[in-house]
Design a binder for this molecule. Structure first.
Ligand SMILES: [Cu+2]
Length: 300
């Protein structure tokens, strides 16, 4: 397999997929080769006239029974792999997943939050999925699981990670300009390592600007290294001269502390020239706001 089978459901899903694909390939070859054979055999130049077959109990039974068995097989395998994905065991760790334009937020039972999904090896994990804005879809290819994130609704998924490693998380529902950048990672760790990570003091205890930018999903659109993304970079932003559009009028202002705070709380007021007006207001506490601004100040 090109993508590792790193969860309990992966092999079941792959078996179903291979079975259906295998039958399709065999049928395609049968139909195509029969067609080519007839085209040659009954070519008009050969003047051969085809004969009608009138009633054959044997053929009727064969072409009813074989497809029926194949389709029952598809149903059985499909139902078994669906069942394992939908039936959540009783003893699970629950992680809340929030999709938003354009990042993922993972909230754990003890209040810890992160922008990457950290899970222990061999333990069932249940994910409660929702969206803060538009439709997203949470997808871990290596685990063969995918579920929509719908605003105002809670959907779920569960899995047991069976291989250590780091795997991709994608959004598979087109959700706007930054959709392709809505990626994250799931990190599967040995249980002890996970416990250490899990019980380490939550990030909120020491307010770090960078951590907040990560958690609030800001880095989905902005960078700290000078690269342009959907929004302007934070590097060198503080005290620089910025051309903004305010009420349709262009003006040049200095990106001081007040400007930075305004941009986080009311992003639609002064839109940086050349960028789309798509940033939502970011809910932050006054401490978080200060921490972010202090951090941006350091990005010279
Ligand atoms: Cu999305």
């Amino acid at each position: 397999m090109l993508i590792p089978e790193a969860s309990n459901s992966a092999i079941k899903v792959d078996t179903t997929f291979s079975y259906i694909l295998g039958i399709e390939v065999i049928l395609l070859m049968l139909v195509t080769s029969t067609m080519i054979f007839f085209v040659i055999k009954y070519n008009r130049k050969k003047k051969e006239t085809p004969e009608n077959i009138e009633g054959s109990m044997f053929l009727e039974i064969i072409w009813t029974a074989i497809p029926t068995l194949l389709v029952i097989g598809m149903f059985y395998l499909g139902w078994r792999s669906f069942d394992i994905i939908r039936f959540v065991p009783k003893e699970v760790m629950t992680i809340k997943v929030t999709g938003r334009q354009w990042s993922w937020l993972f909230s754990y039972e003890n209040g810890k939050q992160s922008d990457t999904l950290n899970v222990p090896l061999g333990k069932p994990v249940k994910m409660l999925l929702t969206s803060a804005d538009v439709l997203h879809s949470f997808y871990i290819p290596a685990f063969r699981i995918k579920e929509d994130c719908v605003p105002g609704l809670e959907t779920y998924l569960w899995f047991t990670a069976e291989e250590l490693g780091t795997y991709d998380i994608f959004c598979t529902e087109y959700c706007g300009l930054g959709h392709s950048g809505m990626v994250s990672k799931v990190i599967v760790m040995p249980e002890k390592e996970f416990d250490a990570w899990y019980s380490a003091a939550p990030a909120a205890a020491k307010v770090s600007g960078l951590k907040i930018l990560e958690e609030k999903g800001c880095l989905g659109c902005h960078t700290t290294d000078g690269t342009k993304k959907i929004g302007p970079t934070f590097k060198g932003l503080y005290e620089s001269r910025v051309t903004v559009v305010t009420n349709g009028m262009e003006r040049v202002i200095t990106a001081d502390e007040g400007y930075l705070k305004r941009m986080i709380l009311k992003p639609g007021v002064d839109i940086v020239k050349g960028y789309p007006n798509i940033m939502p207001p970011i809910p932050v506490t006054p401490e978080e706001l200060n921490a972010i601004v202090e951090y941006i100040k350091t990005l010279k």
